[in-house]
Design a binder for this molecule. Structure first.
Ligand code: ADP
Length: 221
């Protein structure tokens, strides 16, 4: 891969997590999901988890300083030279500035931002059909990617569940947060020459092929 430090941007349910996992299987890039990080902190009842829980469960963004602190600390711990896909972070302009400042201080920079484009009706349909493994967080979709055995993860055998924030009332709050706080990042990264868009409303293997082509394209640096 020519592009090894990558951000996946896009509305909830647009397939960022699914694609991050698929690309990781075919490359040395490490998927790092801010949502999974927060849910783990909440399960472990850490300080960050206690501060974040109400925001996550009600579909609001966690305050910038909390998420930025935990994500940049995670990146700092990676062995040097590790390539990564950030799934769900940054989600606001201040988060992007903090991330890029933090990377610059480590002599690193972002090589590409992949924007997943999907309309609201499809987002809601996908999220209400989403189920995730309680153990490994592998995502499923009751319509487009059902598990082989109902309610059981194909990969680790864990029980599948619906996330509390995947209920229809909470989805609307998350979509509102996306439009108000995250969507401005599209223009922000376009101005930096980093933005590459994919049409996410297609079969997963087609979206994956587009992303692989983006990651294999040469960087301008
Ligand atoms: P999705 O991409 O399907 O919305 P995530 O698992 O990425 O789901 O995020 C779940 C929740 O975690 C968000 O609704 C929000 O409360 C919190 N969260 C995740 N990433 C961030 C972030 N970068 N900034 C603020 N809150 C975040």
């Amino acid at each position: 891969m020519n592009r090894r430090r990558v951000i996946f941007l896009g509305p909830p349910g647009s397939g960022k997590g699914t694609q991050a996992r698929k690309i990781a299987e075919k490359s040395s890039l490490l998927p790092i999901s801010s949502g999974e990080t927060l849910r783990r902190e909440i399960r472990e009842q850490s300080e960050v988890g206690r501060l974040a829980a109400n925001f996550v469960e009600s579909g609001l963004l966690v305050p910038d300083d909390i998420i930025t602190g935990v994500m940049i600390a995670g990146i700092k711990k990676l062995p040097s030279g590790t390539g990564f896909i950030l799934d769900g972070f940054p989600r606001t302009v201040p988060q992007a500035d903090a991330l890029q400042g933090g990377l610059a201080a480590m002599s690193m920079s972002i090589d590409a931002v992949v924007d997943f484009e999907l309309d609201d009706a499809e987002i809601v349909k996908r999220i209400v059909n989403r189920r995730v493994c309680t153990k490994c967080e592998e995502p499923y979709n009751l319509e487009s990617r059902p598990p082989k055995v109902a309610g059981v993860c194909d990969i680790c055998g864990g029980a599948l569940t619906q996330r509390v924030d995947d209920r229809e009332d909470v989805i609307m709050t998350r979509l509102g947060a996306y439009r108000a706080q995250t969507a401005p990042l599209v223009a922000h990264f376009a101005r930096q020459g980093l933005l590459c868009s994919v049409r996410a409303n297609r079969p997963a293997h087609e979206v994956e092929a587009d992303i692989l082509a983006i990651l294999e394209s040469p960087t301008s640096k």
